[in-house]
Design a protein around this ligand. Structure first.
Ligand code: 13P
Length: 248
């Protein structure tokens, strides 16, 4: 079965001090058994996060270059992340898609770059409010999914984690209801099954968008929700730990 994964996405927030706080708290608090936990921190904090967090806590980056090396000022390659002991990387987060204009081709190139160096890509999918209101949610989300999966081999597809993050629920305090989220997660899983039944069985599909201690239990109880990608609430160690325990 799929072990739940609770991943915090700090976005462009945090500090060395916050890394230290998390390292301290996560080291002295027992994490719930059977729950995988990870933190996606800004690039400058990856190394200290990897060295100070307990080994059982995964460390992830929030993006990567689509290129392996070269004259790309300001970019960070997957190889550099792997060098630091980083295990996973977000790809296709809606903030990257919209603010940095990463389209499906750019997302695919980054997924390939991550897979090429052994990082787990956490592929984010989600519709805008406008798209939801136009009843295009599944078309948009499954389109984003297929743009990547169609280009990968069966082996490569097995190495992804997916995250459904409705854009209208990110940072807005407005969460998808458990039913709304489950419906999209079920559609994602059905599409995975159209590639191969085992892929549908094993792929984790996380929910993200204003997940917090007060709504995590209900969301995580849905059969096709395998964990959470937590933004704002992952900046407070108590809230983050409470969500981890909701998954246990
Ligand atoms: P919030 O939890 O702040 O809504 O952010 C969700 C998100 O974008 C995680 O990647």
């Amino acid at each position: 079965m799929r072990a739940p994964l609770i991943a915090g996405n700090w976005k462009m927030n945090g500090s060395l001090e916050l890394v230290a706080t998390f390292a301290e708290e996560l080291s002295r608090t027992a994490l719930p058994g059977g729950v995988e936990v990870a933190l996606m921190v800004p690039f400058p904090y990856l190394e200290v996060a990897r060295s100070r967090l307990p080994e059982t806590v995964g460390v992830g980056a929030q993006t990567l270059s689509d290129q392996p090396s070269g004259a790309f000022t300001g970019e960070v390659s997957g190889g550099m992340l792997a060098d630091l002991g980083v295990q996973m990387v977000l790809v296709g987060h809606s903030e990257r898609r919209t603010l940095y204009r990463e389209d499906d081709a750019a997302v695919l190139a980054r997924v390939r770059a991550a897979l090429g160096v052994g990082l787990v890509p956490v592929l984010c999918l989600g519709e805008t409010l406008e798209e939801r209101d136009a009843e295009r949610t599944e078309a948009v989300v499954l389109g984003q999914l297929e743009a990547v999966l169609d280009a990968l081999t069966a082996d490569e597809r097995q190495r992804l984690v997916l995250a459904y993050e409705p854009v209208w629920a990110i940072g807005t305090g407005r969460t998808a209801t458990p039913d709304q989220a489950q419906q999209v997660h079920a559609a994602i899983r059905a599409r995975l099954a159209s590639y191969d039944a085992q892929l549908a069985e094993t792929t984790k599909v996380l929910y993200g968008g204003s997940m917090k201690p007060s709504n995590a239990v209900e969301l995580l109880a849905q059969p096709d929700i395998d964990g959470g990608l937590i933004g704002g609430a992952s900046l407070q160690v108590d809230d983050f730990l409470a969500i981890c325990h909701s998954a246990g």
